[in-house]
Write a protein that binds this ligand. Structure first.
Ligand SMILES: *Cc1c(COP(=O)(O)O)cnc(C)c1O
Length: 367
């Protein structure tokens, strides 16, 4: 049949549009948004000042190669700035990687509860997302390897993963890389790397430095508190960087973001404060919510996955409604194949205490 109107390429209409975390609770005066893994501490005040200063020069195009920012990132992590590409959020970079390395009929692997941007980016290229099973809500290297076919071009691994908060040890990530064919690109998405405090974790920097087919994506949206600016970066082999630089928008990162990022990445005191806050309240939330009899998946990131019973009156959906009425906005994760769970971002002390208190009430166990 001849089409009577323009048709998107195959795959596009198979995409279930990404639904961001709720940010409102109708009729509630004070709302605590704990649905998008934003930092309760906000960005570095110096980064905000740098952002504002660019307001005086909005007629000027940004530096299309974001060199100052790549140099600041390189300095912070000891990396060659020539092997860094900045993007409008890591979403931008994940989509560029998909566009550069996937074509019709190719396959890209992600895991059962993996970040939703991976299948979206994959389908947008006409390629097929292939799901590898997880074990204990954790990516499973053997399952990923078993999902490999001749058509596999990319493996997307969020480490730690969102929305589960679990991680894969460096030894396991190395084993994955070793056993994947060399022509398969391994994309390690380390959006929450700064929060992780585990000796057996590695963000991806070392693996990128020692292999020719691994890319690491990072973001300014989480611990740096700059989600509104849409700023991310990748570190990869020179040949991947070259390919991405050819297809990215020539000015894909705006000037206020570059200015704020340069300062944010150097404000190590601010980052340390955010890490310490998270370490304390992540442990507290895990313990207190566990005491209420709810399952909490052990997390190394800045959020916890809370599991609810299927009993009527006690479900995740009902808990979400109960909490939202009190201005406590968590994230339903049914789209991540977790219909009986809610994801909660580690918030301010006030927010964390209010959620635990409200959950106790919800379960009929007031303190
Ligand atoms: C939040 C998040 C990102 C960051 O996305 P941005 O586009 O940089 O805001 C990337 N990956 C995962 C797994 C995330 O949870």
């Amino acid at each position: 049949m001849t089409a009577t109107r323009p048709q998107p390429r195959p795959g596009v209409l198979d995409i279930a549009p990404y639904v961001p975390g709720k940010s409102t609770a109708p009729g509630v005066a004070k709302v605590f948004k704990l649905s998008s893994n934003e930092t309760p501490l906000g960005p570095s005040p110096r980064a905000v000042a740098a952002y504002r200063a660019v307001g005086e020069h909005l007629q000027d195009y940004p530096d299309g190669s974001a060199s100052e920012l790549r140099e600041a990132i390189g300095k912070r992590f000891g990396l060659d700035p020539a092997r860094i590409v900045c993007g409008a959020g890591s979403d931008d970079l994940l989509n560029l990687l998909a566009r550069a390395y996937l074509a019709d009929g190719d396959e890209a692997i992600h895991t059962t509860h993996g970040f939703l941007v991976y299948p979206i980016a994959t389908l947008g290229t006409g390629a097929k997302p292939v799901v590898a099973a997880e074990k204990n809500f954790t990516a499973d290297v053997d399952a990923i390897l078993a999902a490999m076919t001749k058509k596999t071009k990319i493996v997307f691994l969020a480490n730690p993963n969102n929305p589960t908060g679990t991680y894969v040890s460096f030894d396991e990530v190395k084993r994955l890389r070793r056993d994947l064919p060399p022509q398969v690109l391994l994309v390690v998405d380390a959006a929450y790397a700064e929060y992780v405090r585990r000796n057996d974790y590695e963000s991806g920097i070392e693996l990128v430095a020692t292999t020719d087919n691994t890319v690491m994506c990072r973001t300014f949206s989480k611990i740096y508190g700059l989600a509104a600016l849409r700023l991310g970066w990748l570190y990869g082999p020179a040949h991947v960087v070259d390919a991405i630089n050819r297809i990215r928008g020539p000015f894909n990162v705006n000037a206020p973001s570059i200015a704020a990022g340069v300062v944010a990445i150097a404000d190590t005191a601010h980052i340390e404060t955010a890490r310490a806050h998270n370490e304390k309240w992540l442990a507290w939330l895990t313990q207190e919510i566990g005491k209420l009899g709810l399952g909490v998946t052990p997390s190394v990131a800045n959020f916890v996955l809370i599991h609810f019973p299927e009993t009527k009156g006690r479900t995740a959906k009902e808990a979400d409604a109960f909490l939202t009425k009190r201005g406590l906005v968590l994230r339903q994760v049914a789209a991540y194949k977790l219909p009986n769970a809610l994801r909660m971002t580690v918030g301010s002390e006030e927010a964390n205490r209010l959620v635990v208190k409200a959950l106790a009430e919800f379960l009929g166990k007031p303190a």
